[in-house]
Design a protein around this ligand. Structure first.
Ligand SMILES: *[C@@H]1O[C@H](CO)[C@@H](O)[C@H](O)[C@H]1NC(C)=O
Ligand SMILES: *[C@@H]1O[C@H](CO)[C@@H](O)[C@H](O)[C@H]1NC(C)=O
Ligand SMILES: *[C@@H]1O[C@H](CO)[C@@H](O)[C@H](O)[C@H]1NC(C)=O
Ligand SMILES: *[C@@H]1O[C@H](CO)[C@@H](O)[C@H](O)[C@H]1NC(C)=O
Length: 280
């Protein structure tokens, strides 16, 4: 009889206390605070006596935040989380042990354990935090080379994106990508380029950048129209090449003609002078 009562009490004890998370995966976006949700069966009286709440990293047991003896306990908090965490004592009374994390960055990605121990029992649950940052508007650089054109886009976000350059024919172009970071600001820097033999009118491209973590798609169409420019610089060179020697030749001719004219005129004048002298 006593045994049965004990078994019943233990079952009740374990059944009545639960720690749960509303979402197993949470996405944290750069520049926005994130809330890791966690809840437990509260004391009916709303008392915080005997309550211990601890948030820890599952990978390495770093202490993210602790609350016991009715207040925040930050002596053992990992320096990585200093000044960035909040749990709400008023919500704890109602069984809400959610953690708010500010200024999230790439290093915050990972698994977080919410452990709660109270007068009624003990339990824990895990939340997976994924960090991401939207890619900025891509910046286009155009480099015109003697026999090709190089197009380059630069942007930054997180995590590494999928990049595609497509021709209007539907063909994918061969591109080069360079990623650096993540840097202090929590961003990965992307540089990607393609080299085109022909970037004349009628050549159209699409540049597409995808950040799958955030469902972000940036598509930027590019229309080439550089043939006109190429031809005009080409014919410009031809014009210069032909016109300048012509001008030089013309000036030389004029100079010679002038010289000859003045010499003849002078000769004629001296002859008339001599004639007038001879006719007294
Ligand atoms: C946390 O905030 C306090 C008070 O604002 C400040 O003195 C301290 O340097 C901060 N610590 C970190 C690691 O940012
Ligand atoms: C717990 O509190 C957080 C922070 O205010 C809130 O976002 C969340 O919805 C609450 N959860 C529940 C189950 O009330
Ligand atoms: C670029 O993509 C848009 C939308 O998918 C499409 O309408 C357009 O025809 C594409 N242009 C090229 C040059 O492929
Ligand atoms: C862009 O093009 C040049 C020349 O082909 C190359 O040296 C450079 O590494 C390329 N890639 C990037 C990502 O800039």
């Amino acid at each position: 009889m006593f045994l049965l009562a004990t078994v019943y009490a233990v079952l009740r004890f374990t059944e009545s206390f639960e720690v749960t998370v509303p979402e197993r995966r949470v996405l944290a976006v750069l520049g926005q605070p994130v809330v890791l949700g966690c809840g437990y069966t509260p004391e009916p009286s709303g008392s915080l006596d005997g309550l211990i709440v601890t948030w820890q990293r599952a990978e390495d047991d770093q202490v993210v935040h602790s609350f016991y003896f009715g207040q925040n306990q930050l002596a053992l908090q990992s320096p990585n989380y200093k000044n960035r965490t909040t749990v709400y004592p008023t919500l704890l009374r109602a069984g809400n042990s959610s953690l708010r994390l500010d200024r999230v960055g790439p290093r915050d990605s990972g698994r977080y354990l919410c452990s709660v121990s109270g007068l009624q029992g003990i339990g824990k649950a895990e939340v997976h935090l994924e960090y991401a940052a939207f890619y900025a508007e891509p910046r286009l650089d155009i480099l015109v080379l003697p026999s090709s054109v190089r197009l380059q886009f630069k942007s930054e976000g997180y995590p590494a994106p999928q990049v595609q350059w497509t021709h209007s024919t539907g063909q994918d172009l061969v591109s080069q990508e360079k990623l650096s970071g993540p840097r202090e600001d929590g961003l990965i820097y992307l540089r990607t380029n393609v080299t085109l033999e022909d970037c004349g009118p009628g050549v159209n491209l699409n540049f597409t950048l995808r950040n799958t973590a955030l469902g972000q798609v940036l598509q930027r169409p590019i229309s080439c129209s550089l043939r006109v420019l190429e031809r005009s610089t080409g014919s410009g060179r031809v014009v210069i090449g032909v016109v300048i020697p012509l001008l030089i030749a013309l000036l030389a001719c004029l100079g010679w003609a002038g010289f000859v004219y003045f010499r003849r005129k002078k000769n004629r004048e001296s002859r008339t002078q001599m004639n007038s002298l001879q006719t007294p």
